[in-house]
Design a protein around this ligand. Structure first.
Ligand code: SAM
Ligand code: SF4
Length: 325
C-alpha cells in the first residue's frame, strides 16, 4: 500500500486490549481507564480477519500491543494464527513482561521472535513509582529468558525529566553483557500538552558518551521502526533512540494502528481513521473492507504536529494505553 505521499505502508500495530496490569505514569491515570466492554473489543475471529485483509493489502509486519497484550487470554494462539497468515513475515509483541515468564512457552511456540519489553529503571522503588505496581524482578527474569532463547529483544525506556533521568546509564549497562537493544523513547504528550518532561535523545547520547566514550552508528537493520541504533565499544548489545519529538521521522512512516475496538488509526497524534469493526459487524464483504482501508490510507496525515500542539486539529485525546504505543 502506498499513501498520498508515496510512503509504503507495510507495518500494523494491533492493540488486543485496553486493559493493563500496570499503571505507568506516562500512559495511564492512577485509577486506570474505563475498560471497554467485551462486546466493544474485537473478537479473535474479527482481529484475525482484519489481519488477513491487511496482509492481502501488503502489510508484512504485525506487532501486538495494548494495554498489556499478555493479559488477554489466548493471545498465544492469536499470535500463532497471525504468524501463519501468508504474506506476514514477522510478528512481534510489545509488553511490560510482567506475565511473560508464565506465558513464555506459548509465546515461543506462536513463532514470535521479536519482543519489546518496557522498562524505565533498574531501581525497584522507582519501578514501583513509575508503574504504580511492584514487579521489577519479573521483568528482569523475563529479559533473561528471552536472551537465553535467542529472541530478538529490545528494552523500551520512556525518558522523562525528573523521573528516570538518573537511571539511563544503568539501563544502558544491560546491553554490555546481553545481546539486546536498550532504546530510549522521547516522551510524547499524547492526549495532553505537557512537554517539559521530554528529554531530547541528543542529551541522552551525550550522557552515554561521557561515560562510555564515542558511540558509532549501527547501520545494520534492527526492524521496521523509526529507531536509530548505536554501538558502544565492548558491548554485546546496542543502544537505540526513538526521537519522535526532536527529530521528526514522519516522512518515512510505514505504519497503521488498529485499536482494540477495531478503529484504524492513521497517525499516532490524530484521532482520524475508520471504524473497521462497524464495517465488519454491518456485514461488509472482504472486498468492501479492503477498499475502505485503501481509501482511508490516502488520508494518512503527512506528519505529527506535537511541536505546534495548539494549532493542530483532530487531536487524539486517548492515552497511549488505548492506542497501543
Ligand atoms: N503494555 C505494553 C508495554 O508497556 O510495553 C504495550 C503497550 S504500551 C502503550 C506501548 C509502548 O508505548 C511502550 O513501549 C510504552 O513505553 C510506550 N509509551 C506509553 N506512553 C508513552 C508516552 N507518553 N510517550 C512515549 N511512549 C509511550
Ligand atoms: Fe500498561 Fe504499557 Fe501503558 Fe505501562 S505503558 S500502563 S504497561 S499499557
Amino acid at each position: 500500500m502506498l499513501d498520498e505521499f508515496g510512503r509504503t505502508i507495510d507495518y500494523l500495530r494491533i492493540s488486543v486490549t485496553d486493559r493493563c496490569n500496570l499503571r505507568c505514569i506516562y500512559c495511564m491515570p492512577e485509577e486506570g481507564v474505563d475498560p471497554l466492554s467485551h462486546f466493544d473489543i474485537l473478537s479473535y475471529e474479527e482481529t484475525l480477519r482484519l489481519a488477513r485483509l491487511f496482509s492481502e493489502l501488503g502489510i508484512t509486519t504485525i506487532r501486538l500491543t495494548g494495554g498489556e497484550p499478555l493479559v488477554r487470554r489466548g493471545i498465544e494462539s492469536l499470535a500463532k494464527e497471525i504468524h501463519d497468515l501468508p504474506g506476514i513475515t514477522e510478528v512481534g509483541i510489545t509488553t511490560n513482561a510482567i506475565a511473560l515468564t508464565d506465558k513464555f512457552e506459548g509465546i515461543l511456540a506462536s513463532g514470535i521472535n521479536n519482543i519489546n519489553i518496557s522498562l524505565d529503571t533498574l531501581n525497584p522503588v522507582k519501578f514501583e513509582k513509575i508503574t504504580r505496581r511492584p514487579g521489577l524482578e519479573k521483568v528482569l527474569e523475563a529479559i533473561d529468558l528471552c536472551v537465553e532463547n535467542g529472541i530478538n529483544t529490545k528494552i523500551n525506556c520512556v525518558a522523562m525529566k525528573g523521573v528516570n533521568d538518573e537511571d539511563f546509564l544503568d539501563l544502558v549497562s544491560l546491553a554490555k553483557d546481553k545481546p539486546i537493544s536498550v532504546r530510549f523513547i522521547e516522551y510524547m504528550p499524547v492526549g495532553k500538552n505537557d512537554f517539559e518532561k521530554m528529554v531530547p535523545s541528543d542529551e541522552i547520547i551525550k550522557m552515554i558518551e561521557d561515560k562510555y566514550g564515542k558511540m558509532f552508528l549501527d547501520h545494520e537493520t534492527h526492524g521496521k521502526g523509526p529507531a536509530t541504533y548505536y554501538k558502544i565499544e565492548g558491548f554485546k548489545g546496542t543502544v537505540g533512540f526513538i526521537s519522535a519529538m526532536s527529530h521528526c521521522f514522519c516522512d518515512s512512516c510505514n505504519r497503521l494502528r488498529l485499536t482494540a475496538e477495531g478503529y484504524l488509526k492513521l497517525c499516532l497524534q490524530y484521532d482520524i481513521g475508520i471504524d473497521l469493526r462497524k464495517l465488519m459487524r454491518d456485514g461488509k464483504s472482504d472486498e468492501e473492507i479492503k477498499n475502505a482501508i485503501l481509501d482511508a490510507v490516502q488520508k494518512k496525515p503527512k506528519q505529527h504536529t506535537f511541536n505546534n500542539y495548539d494549532d493542530a486539529e483532530n487531536i487524539e485525546e486517548k492515552g497511549m494505553s488505548k492506542i497501543g504505543g
